[in-house]
Design a protein around this ligand. Sequence first.
Ligand SMILES: CC(C)(COP(=O)(O)OP(=O)(O)OC[C@H]1O[C@@H](n2cnc3c(N)ncnc32)[C@H](O)[C@@H]1OP(=O)(O)O)[C@@H](O)C(=O)NCCC(=O)NCCS
Length: 195
Amino acid sequence: MPGPPENIQGYKSVHFSRTTITELMIPSYANFGGKIHGGILLSLMDKVAYVCAAKHAGNYCVTASIDTVNFLEPVEVGELVSLMASVNYVGRTSLVVGIRVISENVKTNVIKHTNTSYFTMVAKNEQNKPVEVPGLILENQEQVRRFEEARRRKEEKQNTIDKARQNNQEMDLDECKQNLKGERCVIQINKARKK
Ligand SMILES: CC(C)(COP(=O)(O)OP(=O)(O)OC[C@H]1O[C@@H](n2cnc3c(N)ncnc32)[C@H](O)[C@@H]1OP(=O)(O)O)[C@@H](O)C(=O)NCCC(=O)NCCS
């Protein structure tokens, strides 16, 4: 008889590595406008992504890339920020951690959704080489949807990279000049300078 999902050889459930970090936004985190620095939130997101990824991988992990961080609402000093992370997708040595960030006003209990982002983390062994991560057990429709969405984003990103590489090879200055008409730039190429 199969055991609980966590015990399927070489696979772990999403639940196994789900991680939340909650932190109070203190005055030293504020920018000149009195709101919380975006960099503070990014650092917390990187932390929670690391914990979630390392728990799933059972190994040290590094951040390979971050997909779209849009700050939807400013975060104020005194608010309680919670970052909820779970593994959305696994490749061979990489995994995608989805992070939802919310911010709570502790006096009014009003909660804002400040952003959702996706961190791609890569597991490394003692020799600093990428190492295979366990597969993912998807236990409900939501988890299947997230896995499939992450797989599509990865595919689309690869297509965009391939296309950009091809465009770079084919880039023609006259065509660029044509495309840039109406943009807020002036082309003043100094032929004496290489770059
Ligand atoms: C990311 C890194 C591990 C990739 O190493 P690599 O030798 O190029 O490894 P590979 O080409 O075998 O790729 C390993 C995995 O990473 C994924 N990957 C590599 N670069 C990636 C990127 N920019 N975005 C998303 N995934 C990426 C690959 O798709 C592959 O995934 P898979 O095994 O699930 O298919 C390596 O470049 C690295 O260590 N970068 C520094 C990371 C770091 O220090 N981060 C902290 C920033 S201070």
